[in-house]
Design a protein around this ligand. Structure first.
Ligand code: ADQ
Length: 462
């Protein structure tokens, strides 16, 4: 089996798995693949330095070797806070209104991709499979090729790929996509994002595209693009559910909500997750059902993320205001309808919370996949499962058809979905859950890494 070199913006150092915080779904997924392939994980340490040295800190533990570099403040500002999170992230989540186009940050993005290529090239051996992750590092494959690498190099995009009409608002969009075609294999979360990418290649680049196989021929290169929906580490989740920590968390939540139904949301504090819109929907539900404050309590777990980006500071303020308004209007001496928890929790605690929450609310405005939806389904009690309310704009909606689907922009739709979930008879809850648990269990993260690396090993050698 070929050794695997994973390259992503941030690296979860050994043991960080499941630690409190909002690292995103990437960490758990990759550790599993790396353990199996005896791999190396390269990326930014998260630390800042005075000037870029390229010094690599290596660390081994738990079957995984990590190799990290520090970045100067200016690089972090331009590459990470700037181009990645204030240009690509909003644009790829269809938020042109929040997208910033700055030449300086675009240059910083290119520069850091060059630095990453310089640093990681000496770590890569002849037969290694190289797997690059996410929007921070789209040009990296091309930069590695420029340094003479002949390995098989794959790329996986964790976020959506926007429709061509939005994507062309990006200055130098062609250049970015051409660099992507330096990869041998490009993975997307869903067929929808894949279709958007193929459409762009055909219409804007004039590439030869075979929709059936995902083959893209352009300027003498050949690339394959396919959908690889990411999953959860199902067995690990079951293990977490079985811990004292999970049981205690479940008990704490159950006893504090007493006879009320717990409804839960777990998200990074990010505008793509539709949090203010969700609170509006909950507000509408209480307007329509004022007595339901004695029947339902909503728990929102949302630790801050990317706090250096302005749009992220705003969302926190908006969320606090909206929650405060509903609680101010509807609380009673012994009852608060919305609990907003502004910090992370361990995976075990989350499993405990999911298990006792009879409604899981996952309503992003746009999401590559969304692993919270799958985690919620995974840990439900088969004899008394809760109801997943899911945005039709999450990639997960294409697999989890047993969820109550909502349009997250519509407060009425959200309110109606909560009513439906609250009133749903046991037989229907079971039938819906049973229709989803198979894909959550079987299309898991191990199967995902297996499929991607299997295909990467087999694409024609460059
Ligand atoms: P994210 O946008 O971070 O990931 P998501 O898929 O929901 O979104 O993954 C979040 C992960 O972080 C989950 O495993 C969840 O348990 C954990 N998490 C979230 N909030 C937490 C909290 N309050 N405390 C502790 N842990 C928390 C990106 C894309 C997604 C895609 C993933 C994986 O945006 O669309 O599904 O990558 O590819």
């Amino acid at each position: 089996m070929a050794r695997l070199v994973v390259i992503s913006n941030r690296v979860a150092v050994p043991k960080a798995r499941g630690a409190a915080g909002a690292q995103g779904g990437l960490a758990g997924a990759l550790n599993a693949a790396l353990k199996k392939h005896n791999g190396i994980w390269f990326g930014w340490s998260g630390q800042e330095c005075d000037s870029f040295t390229g010094d690599i800190a290596m660390q081994s533990g738990d079957g995984v070797t990590t190799a990290t570099v520090d970045l100067p403040h200016q690089d972090v500002e331009e590459y990470y806070n700037g181009y990645a999170n204030a240009t690509l992230w909003p644009l790829f989540h269809y938020r042109l209104d929040l997208t910033e186009y700055e030449r300086a940050t675009a240059k910083g993005y290119e520069r850091v991709n060059e630095q990453f290529a310089d640093s990681v090239t000496p770590l890569i051996e002849k037969d290694d499979l190289v797997w690059v992750h996410d929007y921070h590092l789209m040009p990296l494959g091309d930069r590695l090729r420029q340094r003479g690498l002949k390995n098989r190099i794959g790329f996986f995009l964790h976020i959506p790929w926007p429709p061509t009409r939005l994507f062309v608002s990006l200055p130098y969009h062609e250049r970015l996509v051409k660099t992507l075609l330096a990869y041998d294999l490009i993975g997307f979360q869903t067929e929808e994002w894949l279709d958007s990418f193929l459409h762009y290649c055909r219409k804007e680049l004039g590439a030869e595209v075979d929709e059936a196989t995902g083959r893209i021929a352009y300027d003498g290169t050949e690339t394959v693009a396919r959908a690889y929906p990411i999953g959860v580490d199902f067995d690990h989740l079951m293990g977490q559910l079985d811990t004292g920590e999970a049981r205690q968390a479940a008990q704490r939540l159950a006893s504090s909500t007493r006879h009320r139904t717990a409804m839960i949301g777990v998200d990074r504090l990010d505008y793509s997750k539709g949090l203010p819109e969700r609170i509006d929907g909950i507000g509408r539900f209480f307007d329509r059902n004022p007595d339901a404050v004695r029947q339902l309590v909503y728990i929102q777990i949302a630790p801050p993320s990317r706090e250096d980006v302005e749009s992220y500071q705003q969302i926190r303020t908006v969320l606090e205001q909206k929650t405060g308004q509903i609680n101010g209007a509807r609380s009673e001496v012994d009852i608060v309808p919305i609990r907003y928890v502004n910090r992370g929790h361990s995976l075990a605690e989350l499993c405990g919370f999911y298990r006792v929450s009879k409604i899981g609310l996952v309503t992003p405005l746009r999401d590559g996949m969304n692993l919270v939806a799958k985690e919620y389904v995974a840990v439900q009690d088969p004899d008394d499962p809760g109801v997943l309310v899911l945005s039709r704009f999450a990639g997960a909606a294409q697999q989890l058809e047993g969820a109550v689907m909502v349009n997250p922009h519509s407060p009425d739709d959200l309110a109606h979905a909560i009513e439906t979930a609250l009133d749903m008879p046991l037989a229907e809850r079971k039938a819906r859950w049973e229709s989803m648990i198979g894909t959550v269990r079987d299309d898991n993260v191990h199967q995902w890494t297996e499929r991607f690396t299997h295909d990467l090993e087999r694409v024609p050698c460059p």
